[in-house]
Design a protein around this ligand. Structure first.
Ligand code: SF4
Length: 339
């Protein structure tokens, strides 16, 4: 499959009163047509900064995308595009939905007009055609009574329906890439499942490539074709969904997998939480960024960033445990995560 997006050595910092926060540190990955890539990690690991960099939504200053970073969309560097080229890409080729639809929707505009806006701008439709298309989009995202709903305001929609409306806006121009940043975090669990099912269903129908940003590995099991785990601004492990769920090699990925609640978790069992806190990105550690929280930490982990170990064509990891001279450590028994 053709590569739609290639992110190469993306490095992003924020200049604050306390100093330079190195939020994203040399991140590289690619996204092919129609596939779903999940980017997983705790808050502050750099996943949202990565996705906002792709849309060029990093405010400069205080943000700074460093020289040498490249974000190629169909071979063209988004970081070098002028305002006109960027406007054409946003919404038409790459769309984004955010965690809280209430802060992304315009409360003073009818939902139909919000969907119609991008169709008028990017597709050259007149208002009547765009509103007819908006009704179709609301039906596509399973909003009942779409003809009536198209004339309503966001406050008349429930949380789940607002997120569906956001998806309708994002997909109105049939973009090649949909970036979904924690699309279900603000929703309750049953609605979360419906929204994830909807994203998967629409992806199959429309062939859109999806970049799913989440802190919850459990959310991505049924949706993603490949996963990359980020920690302290770096990708520390990546692979296909099966490689990450059944053959993870990084202690942080093991910890994330252990944190996913399972059906066999008893009601009195405590949920697993990862001890400690991520490192301060004002002064990232020289060695492995997970060292202070890792049960398998060795002296070299504190002194040198682990090299990249390729385990297969698709699976790679940064961890000294994969070095040929490292002691052999069996992956902990995590139990089957519900897929
Ligand atoms: Fe743990 Fe060392 Fe691997 Fe880092 S490199 S995850 S500290 S074993």
């Amino acid at each position: 499959m053709a590569k739609l997006l290639e992110v190469k050595d993306l490095t992003v910092s924020f200049h604050t009163y306390a100093g330079e926060v190195q939020s994203v540190r040399g991140v590289s990955f690619d996204l092919e047509e129609g596939e779903t890539l999940a980017i997983v990690g705790e808050s502050g690991c750099g996943k949202t900064v990565t996705s906002k960099s792709i849309m060029r939504l990093i405010a400069t200053p205080p943000g700074e995308i460093k020289e040498g970073s490249q974000i190629l969309f169909e071979g063209k560097d988004i970081l070098k595009m002028n305002d006109k080229e960027l406007r054409e890409i946003r919404g038409e080729s790459i769309s984004m939905i955010f965690q809280d639809p209430m802060t992304s929707l315009n409360p003073t505009m009818k939902i139909g007009n919000q969907i119609a806006e991008s169709l008028i701008i990017h597709r050259g439709m007149n208002k009547k055609e765009a509103l007819e298309e908006a009704v179709k989009m609301l039906k596509l995202v399973n909003i009942p009574n779409a003809e009536k709903r198209v004339n309503q305001y966001p406050h008349e929609f429930s949380g789940g329906m607002r997120q569906r409306a956001m998806i309708a806006i994002a997909l109105a121009c049939n973009p090649k890439i949909l970036i979904a940043d924690e699309p279900t975090t603000a929703l309750d669990v049953t609605i979360q499942a419906q929204i994830m099912d909807l994203i998967r269903e629409l992806q199959n129908k429309l062939g859109t490539a999806v970049m799913l940003i989440t802190h919850d590995l459990g959310v991505v099991a049924n949706v993603a074709s490949k996963i990359q785990v980020m920690y302290a601004g770096k990708v520390i492990e990546k692979g296909t969904t099966d490689e990450l769920f059944f053959n993870a090699k990084h202690p942080y990925t093991w910890a994330l997998l252990k944190s996913v609640p399972r059906l066999d978790t008893g009601h009195k069992d405590e949920l697993y939480s990862i001890k400690g806190t991520p490192p301060d990105l004002l002064k990232p550690p020289v060695g492995c960024p997970f060292a202070s929280r890792c049960d398998y930490c060795m002296q070299i982990c504190k002194e040198e960033m682990p090299e990249l170990t390729k385990l297969s064509e698709t699976h790679s990891v940064h961890c000294w445990l994969q070095h040929p001279l490292a002691p052999k450590v069996e992956a902990p028994i995590i139990g089957e995560v519900q897929k």
